[in-house]
Design a protein around this ligand. Sequence first.
Ligand SMILES: [Zn+2]
Length: 330
Amino acid sequence: MAILITGGTVVTPTGRHAADVLVDGETIAALFAPGLAPVVADAEVIDATGKYVIPGGVDAHTHMELPFGGTFASDTFESGTRAAAFGGTTTIIDFAVQRSGENVHEGLAAWHAKAGGNCHIDYAFHMIIGGVDDESLKAMDALVDAEGISSFKLFMAYPGVFYSDDGQILRAMQKARDNGSMIMMHAENGIAIDVLIGQALSRGETDPINHGLTRPAELEAEATRRAISLAQVAGDTPLYIVHLSASQALEAVAQARDTGRNVFAETCPQYLYLTLEDQLGAPGFEGAKWVCSTPLRSRQESHQRDLWRGLRSNDLAIVSTDHCPFCFKD
Ligand SMILES: [Zn+2]
């Protein structure tokens, strides 16, 4: 069935235009100058006078129902995609998970079972490879060939959970180079971070702000630079840095892009609007509402200003949410 959206202001990558939009099934079939659309039999006509008509958003980073820290992200694929539709997001790309010792195909099947038949919008998956070994490397080929999955996420953080060492990262990057896929990276030096966390705990420093203080910007930058170097050694494997929050990490990404490298980075609204002091540093346990990794950054430094500039200059290529909600009262 066709839909004709009339009278609105259409927003495209090249600007704003008064236009009527003809949608045929799942496809935008045509744009017409105002009043020039032909009569389409049976078309549903939507009057968008005085409104913007905007393409559906793609959120390339969500975690519906993610098991984490002994609980689950509180949005199901049903509730999360319903909320997404209300905000104009028409596609999410979620992360299927393989942990060390688990089978990649079983991990993917588990995520298909959670999402299948439950989503109000389109969805796709990246695959988290939490245990890089011979078996999971072989599975990467199979996912590219048969499952339509072309992006694999690795972690330089969370030792003992999702962490890959540099050798594992290099092997996965080489595999991605060979099968034409992309490596996504959680770039934080998790080994050093765990030392800082241990030291903070031994001093009794457990207020939520310590989540940010034990994950300094320089350890995000160091990991980002290392990931960029490893991708180069692997043969310029396409690299996507997730949830970039620090100026120094952005500088490394911008430098790589200036030399034509296949390096991309996303940031998220929390890093563009919230800060370590104002939210994570809220009194009492209130700051726990703003825990995310990478953490919110200090407003004493230039991170937010640099991220906004990075979006304008296309050094940051993507804005996603890293939507991964947990219930405070629980
Ligand atoms: Zn995430």
